[in-house]
Design a protein around this ligand. Sequence first.
Ligand code: MG
Ligand code: MG
Length: 269
Amino acid sequence: MVYYKTSEEIELIRQNCLLVSKTLALVGSLLKPGITGKEIDAKAEAFIRDHGAEPGFKGYRDFPATLCISPNECIVHGIPSDQEFKDGDVVSVDCGVYHNDYYGDAAFTFAIGEIEQDVMDLLMVTNESLYKGIEMAKVGGRLGDIGWAIQDYTQTKHGYGVVRELVGHGLGRNLHEKPEVPNYGKRGKGPLLKEGLVIAIEPMINLGTKSIRASRDGWTIETKDRKVSAHYEHTIAITKNGPDILSDHSYINETIKNNAEINEIPRKK
Ligand code: MG
Ligand code: MG
């Protein structure tokens, strides 16, 4: 069952997505070589609770933390650890909150210190692909248009691996609702996109092949070839005026600009 949201519900989800975005901005101000995922996670949890909300992931299917922190070859669902980050790390941070009976969800991949150009390119292309997917999220379009746009840009044009097993999702009173939103697909195929649909679009794109494997901790999903993976996510609402991006990466970009240890992710226009 797909739940279409009223504009009041969309505003509640927007408030949550803005808190998620500000939490990720806090992460962007803290990240540097020597800090650990656990330290960042504790600060993120306190920040969310100080704003009267609850971490959306903690306890969800027994996930133990506020943030999913997935460095380098880890794609998503990484558990914050005591491992110190180091120069050259690429770190996907995914955050959800729950407040006023609704969720919010967004993610950003940060690049610490000196990064190989091919890895920076992967981050930029993955981030751009998110917006190419969002552009297709309009009334009268098809769900397959979104995945097609992401796959066309990342795989067909740039030769990256598009993860198949993990997908975006509807979001509302539940963190994961129907429909699934794959990062691959056929143009003009799939369910019709209608006003009020709220979905998280989240390309997970690998520098190498699309193949993944589960790690021993039971949560972290990694690339099979151990090459780097990138992940950017927005929650959006489909309105009659087009896609409305409910999360806001500009908060993150602002703190990155002021953190000399973290690279900006430039977007071509
Ligand atoms: Mg997320
Ligand atoms: Mg998500």
